[in-house]
Design a protein around this ligand. Structure first.
Ligand SMILES: N[C@@H](CCC(=O)N[C@@H](CS)C(=O)NCC(=O)O)C(=O)O
Length: 222
């Protein structure tokens, strides 16, 4: 049976949601973040980067959420999660954009937030000032551009989903995590379409089942 190596509060929630939507039988092996928020070393035994998600499926051992999403849809989709012809390019774009362009900016913000908190107390005020300025001058303007791009796309999409079809496709499975993280951390910076999008996904029965299977997930509440 397919196993999802699942880290709490992580991108592997995407994979649980996908498997629930496609009704694929699977089991979850749970890993707990350390107090420093990194993955525990047991994940290194499954994948050499020690990151989540990873799946094992027979002889297949696959990391990288975008690759896993494509693999699962191709092997188990039975035609589901296929974008309409008119949405194929959008699906391709947003499936890659999520990890290739959007997540790096959010991770940069997270790091700039965390560095001052973890600095020795005697340099913390200076670290806060420097990293606060870096966030304000470099990262926030980037996030604003990303939010505008996504908001504009969702506003013109033929449906609530990124590819404009009547069901989620790989673009949605990839985009949901960064949008949830933003909704949780900076809801005031988001437009109405992104908020509606995240709420619609959270209301889906398959999404709720995935939350139950995965356990702790800070970006959506049961
Ligand atoms: N681009 C990778 C990123 C994987 C990744 O960084 N996963 C995070 C969880 S969201 C992780 O395992 N963090 C723990 C660590 O780096 O120790 C993907 O989409 O799968």
């Amino acid at each position: 049976m397919l196993t999802v190596h699942h880290l709490n509060n992580s991108r592997s929630q995407r994979i649980l949601w996908l498997l629930e939507e496609l009704n694929v039988p699977y089991q979850v092996k749970k890993y707990e973040r350390t107090p420093q928020l990194t993955a525990p070393k047991e994940l290194l035994e499954i994948n050499s980067l020690g990151k989540s998600p990873v799946i094992t499926d027979g002889d297949v051992n696959l990391a990288e959420s975008g690759a896993i999403v494509e693999y699962v849809i191709e092997k188990y989709g039975n035609g589901k999660a296929t974008p309409p012809e008119s949405g194929k390019l959008d699906n391709l774009y947003f499936s890659h954009y999520a990890e290739g362009s959007f997540m790096p900016v959010l991770v940069q913000k997270l790091i700039f937030d965390i560095v001052p908190q973890r600095s020795p107390f005697y340099i913390r005020p200076f670290a806060s000032m420097i990293f606060g300025q870096l966030n304000k001058q470099l990262v926030q303007p980037e996030i604003t551009k990303h939010v505008a791009l996504i908001e504009a796309h969702l506003a013109k999409s033929k449906s609530i989903f990124f590819a404009g079809g009547d069901e989620p496709t790989s673009a949605d499975y990839q985009m949901v995590f960064p949008l949830e993280a933003l909704t949780d951390g900076a809801p005031d910076r988001l437009g109405p379409k992104i908020k509606e999008y995240v709420k619609t996904i959270h209301d889906r029965p398959a999404y709720k089942r995935a939350l139950e299977k995965g356990g702790e997930y800070a970006y959506a509440k049961l």
